[in-house]
Design a protein around this ligand. Structure first.
Ligand SMILES: Nc1ncnc2c1ncn2[C@@H]1O[C@H](COP(=O)(O)OP(=O)(O)O)[C@@H](O)[C@H]1O
Ligand SMILES: [Mg+2]
Length: 388
């Protein structure tokens, strides 16, 4: 094996936490040496003077438990940890807990330079108000995608249709619910099929029975998801190959994308299949490794960048990918508000860019400050209204 390739194949120690000198100087980290598409984003350089930009970390009551607020919280994060990290770099960082619309209006009048938040939307008196819509109306920068992109991503069928129309490989699919496909002959795709909830995350509703080989097991899994999740199902051609997730960083100044693929490896389940089901994620039974094959790294990076662009993603995100039996990568779903604890996005940064957790958070904040920075769309607070 040529030494260039060997360098690129280096698996990074997942426990590494110090920022290597070469990162500060801007040299390419090992996984990118020899690659055709080096990263366009590198960790934020360490400086001794603090920036005077103002940042508010916005949260809601009970945001600690993401599973309880799984619809209104998009990104799980630890506000106190984020506060400590950002305070090392920015002079004015505060945590703001939003209880009422009045709290939000006060935030708009303070007009911070950046809102750092995992909140998707608030519910005030029974009406949903999307945080990023609100911030857009007030010309305040935030760290991730706008609501339109989040809408495209959250319905997995819609996201897959966008992929199909953009030429990004994704398994064939249809939507169903109990009684939508009442007979064996009405099921439009060949078995084996994979049945999962149309929306949601954390592999909720996904278990060994998600892979179905006949009409009886198809019908029973659709009923299970209807009863346990109260959701319709997305049914796809089963992808039996390796599984990956690809972190994406967009440099907001240049709009260049950096893809950071990782492989997620799980043991075989009782049926001999490997899927990232609810229990595996919950009990952290999966192994995450760097993608060491240069060709696969490139294939995954190209697919994920195309998917991110097609969805209109902004700043950062994660694209889930699975290979079919012929090792062809297919888009599964996008996460445009990926968790910011030490999960897949963080591990994608670490394994690809040798970027530690602090650097990742600082990079997101720094990049977010570039987003919407022209603030040309100022709207007076008096015109504030709730939108559905
Ligand atoms: N078409 C498919 N074929 C095989 N496995 C799949 C398929 N779709 C999803 N999976 C498995 O189910 C897991 C969860 O699916 P995903 O759509 O990513 O849901 P979530 O939003 O809960 O992460 C995937 O990580 C993968 O292991
Ligand atoms: Mg997923």
């Amino acid at each position: 094996m040529p030494s260039r390739e060997r360098r690129a194949l280096k698996t990074i120690n997942a426990k590494a936490t110090n920022i290597p000198d070469e990162m500060i100087l801007g040299a390419l980290p090992a996984p990118y040496q020899g690659l055709h598409h080096p990263p366009s984003i590198l960790p934020t350089a360490i400086t001794t003077t603090k920036s005077s930009k103002t940042i508010e970390i916005v949260t809601i009551p009970d945001a600690i438990d993401v599973t309880k607020n799984r619809k209104s919280i998009g990104i799980g994060l630890d506000e106190n940890l984020i506060l400590r990290i950002l305070s090392s770099r920015y002079e004015s960082v505060v945590i703001t807990c939003i209880n009422t619309l009045a709290d939000l209006i006060k935030l708009a009048t303070r007009k911070p330079d950046l809102v750092f938040s995992g909140v998707k939307y608030f519910n005030f008196s029974g009406t949903d108000l999307w945080l990023n819509d609100f911030l857009d109306r007030h010309g305040i920068a935030y760290m991730a995608s706008n609501r339109k992109a989040l809408d495209r991503e959250s319905d997995k069928s819609r996201a897959k249709n966008i992929m199909r129309d953009s030429g990004v490989a994704t398994a064939r699919h249809f939507i169903t619910a109990p009684d939508t496909h009442p007979t064996a002959g009405s099921v439009p795709l060949e078995y084996p099929l994979f049945v999962k909830p149309l929306t949601g995350g954390d592999s909720r509703g996904i278990d060994a029975n998600s892979i179905v080989y006949d009409f009886e097991s198809f019908r029973s899994k659709v009923m299970d998801i209807h009863q346990s999740q109260a959701l319709p199902c997305l049914v796809e051609t089963y992808l039996s190959g390796r599984e990956f997730s690809v972190g994406i960083f967009e440099d907001n100044a240049s709009q260049k994308l950096t893809a950071m693929p990782i492989e997620i490896i799980v043991d075989e389940n009782k049926n001999g299949d490997r899927i990232l089901d609810f229990d595996i994620k919950k009990f952290d039974r999966e192994t995450v490794t760097a993608v060491t094959d240069i060709l696969v790294h490139k294939q995954l990076s190209d697919l994920a960048k195309a998917a991110f662009k097609a969805l209109g993603g902004k700043s950062f995100g994660r694209i889930d990918v699975k290979m079919d039996a012929n090792q062809v990568p297919h888009f599964i779903e996008a996460n445009l508000m990926p968790g910011l604890r030490k999960g897949y996005f963080y591990r994608a940064c670490l394994l690809n860019l040798e970027m530690d957790y602090e650097q990742m958070i600082l990079r997101i904040a720094d990049n977010g400050l570039t987003h919407n920075s022209d603030k040309t769309r100022h709207h007076p607070v008096a015109t504030l209204e709730l939108t559905p």
